[in-house]
Design a protein. Structure first.
Length: 258
């Protein structure tokens, strides 16, 4: 059996007197969709910030495709194929769709000894990217501020997958979206999996998790309470773990808190 794409072992992180993560073990297989759920302050965001190089863990290790890694910055994580789509999309409203996708990674061409932006190449790549993902947006020279919430979400997803991403972390991707846009986001997650991209879906909407994910992982107070294949659980069981912080199939305190 091939190793998981990402394996986080015994990850701990403390901020002052707050133990945000307590020896967390977490992994994601290639092209797997994992729903990461839990109440506020469960540790979900901190764990993902460790994975994306925003935070350095106090203890533990990250193994990528069987090789130990240590990300000192989000740029290093991105170079390794780990991208994140933030809840607020992290787009620049004044810039166009294409400019947002290639921001910081612009395509250039040589001209008389100078490097110039290759607008035509970037526009072509952006159009192909949206087509490949089955995403629809207005003309790619449209300023992002003119787009709807669902369209901005599409731009954020396209940006995250434009540079050979192997894992996309989506933070509350359906928050503040209407029913049509929510359905589109779920469809996009399925398309990412079909393209061989793994997805970590952080969501308070259990319906999103049960509709799209292969597996659900529940966190509480900085540790993993339980993990289940989606096909082998129900919403009530997941809600019990979120609220009570215990696994109904394994009575007693979570092992990770030891």
């Amino acid at each position: 059996m091939s190793p998981p794409f990402v394996a986080m072992h015994r990850i701990s992180k403390t901020f002052g007197a707050v133990r945000a993560l307590r020896r967390v073990d977490f992994e994601v297989a290639h092209a797997e969709i994992v729903g990461l759920v839990g109440d506020n302050a469960a540790g979900k965001s901190t764990l993902m910030k460790v994975l994306t190089g925003i935070h350095t863990p106090d203890d533990g290790e990250i193994v990528l495709d069987g090789r130990p890694v240590r990300f000192a910055s989000p740029m290093e994580a991105r170079a390794a194929g780990i991208e994140m789509v933030y809840q607020d999309f992290a787009l620049v409203p004044e810039l166009s769709v294409t400019q947002n996708i290639f921001l910081g990674r612009e395509v250039t061409r040589g001209f008389l000894g100078f490097r110039l932006l290759d607008q035509q190449a970037m526009a072509k790549q952006a159009s192909e990217l949206f087509g490949g993902l089955g995403l629809r947006v207005p003309p790619i020279d449209t300023p992002v501020r003119a787009l709807s919430g669902g369209q901005q979400q599409a731009v954020a997803v396209a940006r995250a997958t434009a540079f050979d991403a192997k894992l996309v972390i989506m933070d509350e991707p359906t928050a503040n979206l209407g029913a049509t846009a929510i359905a589109k986001v779920r469809e996009t997650i399925g398309r990412l999996k079909a393209h061989g991209v793994a997805v970590i879906l952080i969501s308070h909407r259990l319906e999103d998790v049960f509709t799209t994910a292969d597996r659900v992982v529940v966190m509480k107070h900085g540790h993993i309470v339980g993990t289940r294949p989606v096909a082998d659980t129900v919403a009530d069981e997941v809600l019990h773990m979120i609220v009570a912080g215990t696994d109904p199939r394994r009575p007693g305190p979570p092992q990770a808190s030891a």
